[in-house]
Design a protein around this ligand. Structure first.
Ligand SMILES: Nc1ncnc2c1ncn2[C@@H]1O[C@H](COP(=O)(O)OP(=O)(O)OP(=O)(O)O)[C@@H](O)[C@H]1O
Ligand SMILES: Nc1ccn([C@H]2C[C@H](O)[C@@H](COP(=O)(O)O)O2)c(=O)n1
Length: 240
């Protein structure tokens, strides 16, 4: 088990527990839509690997053309590029709770992230949706994405089945997958999502209570030590 309290490549403070939830599901299964709601309700920072790669293309970086060609082909960009962008965004956010959406997309992504960051996900949120539904959603998404055309959509589906589903299976074997029926309407999907995230909030609140009690005990111990010193001083003065 990888210790998730360690830093992301030496940059996060060592005692900071970083919570990462990987959000996976086919193209158009509703990952981004649900992530927006999780952010509003549970204080996570949403990092979409696809959005970060598209921003990199727009920024005119030297990798831009390569990334753009791979996305048009529905292929997966080399892990090194994507992990660099994710790490940078994690550090810049100042948060310690992350929804990493659309990542890891293949075994290479998964192993490289774990090697570089030493972070294991808290769990994997998996949106399960039939291809016909995802295809309809993507074709009517209307966000001007280059890859929302039927040829690229079919390629993305193939890559999802061949490369991304094995990653979900890997985490499933470790008991880390929380599967959600993504065919339902958006509000109903979110009801299922909320039930998955609620225990995390309870755990955080228990942690806060524990820190509060530890604080009180620390003050009481300091007071007791002070009282002992006072009594010793009085005894010493009386002895004269
Ligand atoms: N449960 C749902 N029912 C109907 N439409 C939905 C549902 N969830 C999302 N949508 C719509 O489907 C489209 C795709 O959703 P979204 O962008 O969230 O998917 P995604 O999994 O993030 O896709 P991608 O992997 O391609 O980025 C959007 O237009 C969104 O409004
Ligand atoms: N880990 C990732 C995530 C995304 N990409 C590329 C390939 C995808 O088809 C494209 C769009 O991603 P989406 O917004 O649908 O999650 O981005 C990748 O190469 N590696």
């Amino acid at each position: 088990m990888v210790d998730s309290s360690k830093d992301v490549n030496g940059n996060f403070p060592g005692d900071k527990k970083i919570i990462v939830v990987f959000v996976l599901g086919g193209p158009g299964s509703g990952k981004g839509t649900q992530c927006t709601r999780i952010v509003e309700n549970f204080g996570f920072t949403h990092l979409s690997a696809g959005d970060l790669l598209r921003a990199e293309i727009k920024s005119g970086s030297e990798n831009g053309t390569m990334i753009s060609n791979m996305i048009k082909e529905g292929k997966i960009v080399p892990s090194e590029v994507t992990i660099n962008l994710l790490q940078k965004a994690m550090l810049e956010s100042g948060n310690d709770k992350f929804l990493i959406d659309g990542f890891p997309r293949n075994e290479e992504n998964r192993a490289a992230f774990e090697n570089v960051t030493k972070i294991e996900p808290e769990f994997v949120l998996f949106f399960d949706c039939p291809e016909e539904e995802m295809e309809q959603r993507l074709l009517s998404r209307n966000q001007g994405r280059d890859d929302d055309n039927i040829q690229t959509i079919r390629k993305r589906f193939r890559v999802f089945v061949e490369s991304s589903l094995p990653v979900v299976e890997y985490y499933d074997m470790k008991g880390k997958v929380q599967k959600v029926d993504a065919l339902k309407p958006i509000d109903e999907v979110f009801e299922s999502v909320k039930a998955i995230f609620a225990p995390l909030n309870r755990a955080a609140s228990d942690d806060n209570k524990l820190h509060y009690i530890q604080g009180i005990l620390f003050v009481r111990a300091a007071e007791a030590r002070f009282e002992c010193s006072r009594i010793s001083l009085i005894r010493w003065m009386i002895s004269f």
